[in-house]
Structures are given as C-alpha cells and as structure tokens.
Design a binder for this molecule. Structure first.
Ligand SMILES: [Zn+2]
Length: 264
C-alpha cells in the first residue's frame, strides 16, 4: 500500500514539467535539529525570541553569537537527512527545479541542492549594518555571489564564532549581522518574490515538513493551486490544506527512503 503510493509519487514527480518543493522545520528535525516552535523546540530551554530579536541584537550582538554558536555555526557537525540528499538527487536528474525553504540551517545546499530559495533569510551572508544593507546581502545570497559582493561568508563567520569571537566588518570594525530574518525585521523581499514566481510556475509542489500555519510559506501552495498546479503534502501534523492535496503522507523518512531507493 505504502510502496504503491510512493511509486505513484515518484511518477508524478518525474512526469511533472516544473516540480518544486517547499520545506519547513520537519525536514531538519530528521537531521537532529530542533524545531524552533515545536513542543521540543528551542523556545523551551533557549530564549529564541531574544536570540533572534533585532533590537536586542543591536544592543548586544554577543548574545546572539554565543547562543547561535552551537546550533547555527556548527554546520560541520550536521549531516543532511535522506530528505535533503534525495531532493539534491532529484534536482540533479532534472526532476526538481527549486527548493523553497523556511529553514536557516543550510542543509539543502549541503545535501546537494543548487537552487535554494531561503524565505526566512540566510546565514550564508553576514553584512555590516553600518556599511551595507540587508537587502543587498539577500540579493547576493540569491545570486550566489556573497563574497564577490563584499559580504562575509558563512564559513568565515563560523570560524570566528567558534573561537568565541565576534565577526566584524573589515571597514569599520562593527559587528556583522547574519542575513537571517530576525523578529522585528521585514521579510526578505527578493527571496519571497523568487519563491512566488516558482510557486506560480509549478505544476507540482511537494510540501515537506511544514504545517502551513506561518506566512509567507502558508500562501505559496495556494499560489500553485490558483495557477492550476497540484500539491502533495508530507507532514506529521495536519495542515489546513490537507483536503486539497493530491497525495498526503505523514512520515518524511519513509517516503524519502522509498524515493531514494527508486532513484538508485
Ligand atoms: Zn562596517
């Protein structure tokens, strides 16, 4: 039964003209990364609201960096899950056109995806709030030109943070900020526009590990449907769009191990 459904899923993906995916925290919890908002989330024992508060960051950036050291700047310790690596393979085979993600852990890139649109911002670029703009940093991430455009790359920032030091602007010495969207900041408009364009172009969207309760992510499958595309949902919890999904699965691990097998 399950295998038949996974076979059907694979034929839908391989038969689609423009298949994209929208991913949320559930994809990363498989890699041992805790959901910010889930019941075992960071909120419980870490003050995520304070860590990612933009006003607080400008008062005391060391609070963010000391807390983020072991869950954002430790990418070397993190392994992409079967979801990340299979999405990478699907893109390599030409079946998947883009990954739109709410996650800020860079694991899609590490898992082999080339076209990743990060709608909650990205730690790939760090910018100086005094000399540079967050919008320019965001554009540089989307264009894959972080270093060329004068922003500090993730790896450089991570090496500094791991030494318990603060990453600083080469011009003015100010502490740089990651291009992650903090509480109190506007959404990354360029990434969001790119995501909406992909959603409109998609004849198939795989909605993975997100409960579709937080905008802007929650609006993207509706854009696909309004343009005549279909959505497939894989999520442990219910979502408001379950009834209109073409296929609905609960367990990401089972589905993606099945797809990985079919891709061998
Ligand atoms: Zn500066």
């Amino acid at each position: 039964m399950e295998q038949e459904a996974i076979d059907e899923l694979f034929s839908l993906i391989s038969g689609a003209k423009h298949c994209i995916t929208l991913t949320g925290a559930g994809v990363s919890t498989l890699s041992g990364i805790r959901d910010f908002r889930g019941k075992d989330g960071l909120y419980k024992d870490m003050d995520a609201e304070k860590i990612f508060d933009v006003d607080y960051f400008f008062r005391d950036p060391s609070f963010y960096y000391s807390h983020a050291k072991d869950f954002i700047y430790n990418l070397e310790e993190k392994t992409p899950s079967v979801v990340h690596t299979t999405l990478g393979k699907l893109e390599e085979r030409g079946y998947l056109k883009a990954v739109v993600t709410q996650n800020i852990d860079l694991l899609h890139t590490k898992g082999g995806s080339a076209r990743v649109i990060e709608i909650h911002g990205s730690p790939q670029a760090h910018y100086c709030p005094d000399c540079q703009s967050s919008a320019a940093a965001e554009e540089a991430v989307l264009a894959g030109k972080v270093k060329e455009r004068g922003f500090m790359e993730f790896a450089e920032a991570a090496a500094i943070v791991q030494k318990n030091e603060l990453p600083r602007c080469g011009k003015c010495g100010g502490v740089v900020k990651p291009a992650i969207t903090f509480f109190g900041e506007g959404l990354p408009v360029h990434a969001l526009a790119a995501a909406e364009k992909e959603a409109a172009a998609a004849d198939l969207m795989l909605v993975l590990g997100t409960s579709l309760t937080v905008f802007p992510a929650a609006g993207l499958p509706r854009i696909t449907q309004r343009n005549g595309g279909k959505i497939i949902i894989v999520n442990a919890m219910e979502t408001p769009m379950d009834a209109s999904a073409l296929l609905r699965f609960k367990d990401l691990g089972t589905v993606f191990e099945g797809l990985a097998f079919l891709l061998q």
